[in-house]
Design a protein around this ligand. Structure first.
Ligand SMILES: Cc1cc2nc3c(=O)[nH]c(=O)nc-3n(C[C@H](O)[C@H](O)[C@H](O)COP(=O)(O)O)c2cc1C
Length: 173
């Protein structure tokens, strides 16, 4: 298999996306693919109750972002074969820290993958359209994972293994 190195950049406020990233990392390491993980945080984290936090609504729909920091550091995206960006869905959109990341740090990446987590199943074409309109980016793959799937560990592992297989296949072509 060709050498590849994967970058995962994610934001997670209540743990679902962080868990998906953990399972994804394990799936890649099972096939000996190197993964570097970068977590994005808003400089000022959103406080609960999130659904009625006016800053959540304003940053998600109007401001389309918020100031961010990285743990452990800002990723050098050009060093990776694939960049996977994972975000919760807030009010039908990517969460503001990821919106800011896409706007300010992602230029034209060839192998961009978007993974979203949400309470309901979401049609990824809507997310892709939004990403194309706002930031002129075209992911090679966009996948939504619902909370029901996240809570079913067998189903989640199967789905993640399928995603990993598909990515390796696409890159091998
Ligand atoms: C402010 C807010 C808005 C949300 N909006 C939606 C939504 O529009 N559609 C949906 O299916 N889920 C929505 N959710 C649920 C989250 O997308 C879901 O719980 C996600 O997995 C959370 O990810 P996290 O645990 O990594 O933060 C929303 C959650 C919050 C807190």
């Amino acid at each position: 298999m060709m050498y590849m190195k994967i970058c995962i950049v994610y934001y997670s406020r209540t743990g679902n996306t962080a868990y998906v990233v953990e399972v994804l990392k394990k799936a890649f390491s099972n096939i000996s693919v190197d993964v570097d993980i970068y977590r994005v945080f808003p400089i000022r984290e959103y406080s609960r109750p999130l659904h009625i936090n006016p800053r959540v609504i304003y940053d998600t729909l109007m401001r389309r972002g918020t100031d961010i920091r990285f743990d452990p550091e800002k990723p050098m995206l050009e060093n990776y074969s694939i960049v996977i960006i994972a975000s919760p869905i807030w009010i039908g959109r990517l969460a503001p820290p990821i919106q800011r990341f896409l706007k300010s740090y992602v230029t034209s990446i060839k192998n961009l993958v978007i993974i979203t987590t949400s309470a309901m199943s979401i049609d990824c074409r809507r997310i892709e359209k939004n990403i194309a309109e706002l930031w002129s980016l075209k992911p090679m793959l966009c996948i939504n994972i619902s909370v029901t799937t996240i809570k079913d560990s067998t189903k989640l592992k199967q789905l993640i293994n399928d995603i990993v297989k598909k990515l390796i296949e696409i890159l091998g072509k």
